[in-house]
Design a protein around this ligand. Structure first.
Ligand code: HXC
Length: 257
């Protein structure tokens, strides 16, 4: 489909989705939401794609939900249109996703990054949930995912004061997996994605599902869930191939099926 606010490129088994609304620092209006969701849902169904990277510009991953679009809305507008709920579909993708964050990731931008599975930051990245300064609260899961990622102390401070975190603080707090120099961000993200996309696709989906389960259930249930998946992977050719390749001292050739 001819997208207007995003650019989607394929690089082998990796897809690169670039937010492209430079005039608004990639503010996430409804069009961006629908385009990102449509594109990623289509990529998720594509067996030739094993990982999706989502990135923005050097200056802004995304400076939030679109304030100008939201400003005049009433409660009923928001409720009846179920504003932002389509974003949930991004978190429900089975294909692993990588957020490559450079510059501002504020409000909805921070929430979009947290909807991805692996979060890589440039040393220029700035994270925060400054909604309170606009008289609103986070609306795409920020109060929940930020709290799970960095704990109550920092999440409360960020959500109540609107203070932002730089990349180093975000890494110390456990929000991002790694910080890299801004100039290396995209190459690093694509390299991580290529690594993930080179694994067995169903096994990568199961690993993602299993980690995500940790946020939804008790430890005992989560471990039981993991154990069932662990047993199940022995039904795949990829388990035989992966272990055989190790024994034969060669790289594995996963079938991705
Ligand atoms: C709409 C936005 C925007 C946004 C920036 N722009 N952020 N438009 N929604 N979230 C627009 C500006 O209006 C401006 O357009 C252009 O992008 C460039 O932005 P500037 O402010 O001129 O850039 P700069 O001075 O470099 O400042 C960058 C910034 C600032 C610090 C990131 O733009 C900023 O504070 N933005 C808002 C950040 C924020 O509060 N995010 C949370 C959004 S609420 P014009 O045409 O005017 O020049 C959110 C809530 C979700 O996400 C849940 C709520 C229900």
């Amino acid at each position: 489909p001819p997208y207007e606010t995003i650019v989607v490129e394929r690089k082998g088994r990796t897809a690169l989705l670039t937010l492209n609304r430079p005039e608004a620092l990639n503010a996430l209006n409804l069009q961006v939401m629908h385009e990102v969701v449509d594109a990623t849902v289509a990529l998720d169904r594509d067996p030739d794609i094993g990982c999706v990277v989502i990135t923005g510009s050097e200056k802004a991953f995304a400076a939030g939900a679109d304030i100008k679009e939201m400003r005049p809305r009433s409660y009923l507008d928001m409720y009846l249109s179920d504003w932002f709920t389509a974003w949930d579909r991004l978190g429900a993708l089975r294909t692993p996703t990588v957020a490559a964050v450079s510059g501002y990731a504020l409000g909805g931008g921070c929430e979009l990054a947290m909807l991805c599975d692996i979060l890589l930051a440039a040393d220029t990245a700035v994270f925060g949930q400054p909604e309170i300064k606009l008289g609103v609260v986070p609306g795409i899961g920020g109060s929940q995912r930020l709290t799970r990622a960095v704990g109550k102390a920092k999440a409360m401070e960020l959500c109540l004061t609107g203070r932002t975190m730089d990349a180093a603080e975000a890494e110390r707090a456990g929000l991002v997996s790694r910080v890299v120099p801004a100039g290396d961000l995209l190459a690093e993200a694509l390299s991580v994605a290529e690594t993930v996309a080179g694994m067995s696709a169903p096994v990568a989906m199961m690993a993602k599902e299993s980690v995500n389960r940790a946020f939804e259930t008790t430890l005992a249930e989560g471990v039981r869930f993991e154990r069932r998946l662990f047993h199940a992977v022995f039904a795949t050719e990829d388990q035989k191939e992966g272990m055989t390749a190790f024994v034969e001292k060669r790289p594995p050739r996963f079938t991705h099926r």
